[in-house]
Design a protein. Structure first.
Length: 151
């Protein structure tokens, strides 16, 4: 799944990146390993598994949050704090399954049944978040991947 993430429209942004932060990398930071194999220096942070907070003093060309946004009680606050870590021209690459935007489909949507998923997004919602950050949508696959960058 993460190889596919890199091979979508995210790839051009990854190719341009220098230092990367894999925020919310989980217990097995597969995306970080894949990025390192491509030659990128990658820092990892995860509240439970990689508590290295050195990222708070560094700048990044790319910050990834893969399957993280849906777990955040304050996604705007988190993205605002992380945006301070973006180098000029830096981007966010986000992966979260987009809300079906239909009440009937939402009622049966497996993704909402995970009790750790506390917020859900559409491309429009993420566009609004981008606006609050002074950013815009640079790419979306309209399913689960979006890249936010300089507005």
């Amino acid at each position: 799944m993460l190889e596919a993430f890199l091979k979508t429209g995210v790839d051009p942004f990854v190719a341009k990146a220098g230092r990367v932060l894999d925020f919310g990398c989980g217990p097995e930071p597969v995306l970080a390993w894949l990025l390192e194999r491509r030659g990128h220096p990658v820092d990892r942070y995860d509240l439970f598994f990689h508590k290295d907070e050195a990222y708070r003093t560094r700048q990044y060309d790319l910050i990834t949050l893969t399957e993280v946004l849906e777990h955040l009680a304050d996604p705007l606050g988190t993205l605002q704090a992380l945006s301070q870590r973006l180098a000029p021209g830096g981007v966010f690459a986000l992966m979260t399954l987009f809300h079906p935007n239909d009440r009937v489909k939402f009622a049966d949507w497996w993704y909402r049944r995970d009790p750790t998923h506390v917020s859900f997004y559409t491309v429009k919602t993420l566009g609004e978040l981008a606006g609050f950050l002074g950013m815009k949508i640079l790419f979306s696959d309209a399913k689960n991947i979006i890249v936010l960058g300089p507005g």
